[in-house]
Design a binder for this molecule. Sequence first.
Ligand code: SF4
Ligand code: SF4
Length: 150
Amino acid sequence: MYVPWTRVASWHCNACGICCHKYRVKLTFYEYLKLRPTGLVEEKTGRYYIKRIGNRCPFQSGNLCSLQGERKPVACKLYPFLVRKKGKEEALYEYEGEEFYVYITTDCPNVKLGRGLESMEKLVREAVMIYTGAKKRAELITAPEKGLIL
Ligand code: SF4
Ligand code: SF4
């Protein structure tokens, strides 16, 4: 279930790897082209995805992701955040005079519901920056205690 970011008290990533089992990752066309040489991506009816092999993402290595930095899909960099250009007032976040709507999925076991506006605001800001391309590497919406750069 996706909830507006203002209804989330806290979140952190402990690199449990659960999300890499749950989803079929959607790619942009550019991401698809970059990963096509691996043979692990596919196109279906004009949409682009990472293939699922054995019910998981084939780029997962142990609990971690083998795609780092620029090669990691934006959808994965953002997870469990979802950024949209339209949405509910409660999900509104303004960045550089532009309106974005940010949601967080409770599928991640470390999402705690409640009011955490201040602590969540900086995470939401980074999610929006990743979404717009203003930032390429996540420093906050990742698992820093494991030294990961997602
Ligand atoms: S985002 Fe959530 S589900 Fe995914 S690895 Fe981090 S803690 Fe686990
Ligand atoms: S690309 Fe990496 S982060 Fe994305 S689902 Fe696969 S293993 Fe997980």
